[in-house]
Design a protein around this ligand. Structure first.
Ligand SMILES: Nc1ncnc2c1ncn2[C@@H]1O[C@H](COP(=O)(O)OP(=O)(O)OP(=O)(O)O)[C@@H](O)[C@H]1O
Length: 246
């Protein structure tokens, strides 16, 4: 059932999906059924990972084919509120409100909760996180790691069945990474994590390796990650040789 977040339900389906910008195909003919609880998407810079995540989130529409979440077009924002949450790489692209409590309450208000109830849920969330003192803090005063954490709390408060994570550990120090990682690992929701770093998806149930807008490999991390790491090392050496030869 959408919104209960007790287990990961439903799934994300892509049927013959392509995405092109000004005639250039960035994603080509992807057909996927994503039902596992922990899904990793890896690939080099520019391979199309963020574009794929934006398609899954309904922020952009496919040029060809169809994307659905629990059978529903993800462009239907209202239907997606209990189904899909997104944690963007840059928290500054998500935070809209001047104080932490207002920011946390916003998603709940979007889901139809009256303002007072949304605020009291936001305060209860901060209390349970040991961060009651954050309530009236200006969001602009938080560090990048703290902003990231606030964005995660905002998403969790809405209890979506699936959370899409774009490079969740980029720019965070090691203690913050390990705290966030522990928090994410304990969640019952389906998590779709995109990263260029194999370590970020090492415990996934399924890893997709995206290369130049196509699925290059799809399977358990024990199979996909060693092949990806070896290929990245090979490409790195080839790049280095090219540099030296120049
Ligand atoms: N709106 C757009 N207009 C033009 N080109 C775009 C647009 N969006 C994405 N691209 C191009 O599509 C390709 C894939 O971009 P995307 O951001 O999806 O890759 P990525 O795998 O997430 O990369 P990174 O790891 O560097 O974040 C890139 O070559 C990018 O320049």
């Amino acid at each position: 059932m959408a919104g209960t977040a007790t287990t990961a339900s439903g799934g994300i389906t892509l049927s013959g999906v392509s995405y092109a910008v000004t005639g250039r195909e960035i994603l080509s003919n992807l057909s996927l059924s994503l039902t596992e609880r922990r899904i990793g998407i890896i690939g080099r810079n520019g391979s199309g990972k963020t574009t794929l995540l934006r398609l899954m989130a309904g922020l952009i529409g496919p040029t060809k084919g169809r994307v659905s979440v629990d059978g529903i077009d993800p462009a239907d924002r209202k239907a997606m509120l209990p189904r899909l949450g997104i944690l963007f790489q840059n928290p500054d692209h998500m935070i809209l409100f001047p104080t932490v409590a207002e920011e946390l309450a916003f998603g709940l208000r979007q889901m139809g909760l009256p303002e007072a109830q949304a605020r009291s849920r936001a305060l209860a969330c901060l209390l349970s996180e040991g961060r009651a003192h954050w309530a009236d803090a200006p969001t602009a005063s938080l560090s990048q790691g703290q902003k990231h954490y606030l964005c995660l709390l905002s998403v969790l408060l809405m209890q979506p069945d699936t959370i899409l994570l774009d490079e969740p550990f980029a720019g965070l120090d090691l203690p913050t990474q390990s705290r966030l990682s522990r928090r994410l690992n304990g969640l019952p929701q389906r998590l779709v994590t995109i990263s260029h770093d194999p370590a970020a998806v090492a415990t996934a149930d399924r890893v997709l390796w995206l290369d130049a807008g196509r699925i290059h490999a799809d399977g358990p991390p024990a199979t996909v990650l060693p092949a990806f790491t070896a290929e990245m090392a090979r490409v790195g050496e080839a790049d280095a040789d090219t540099d030296l030869a120049g």
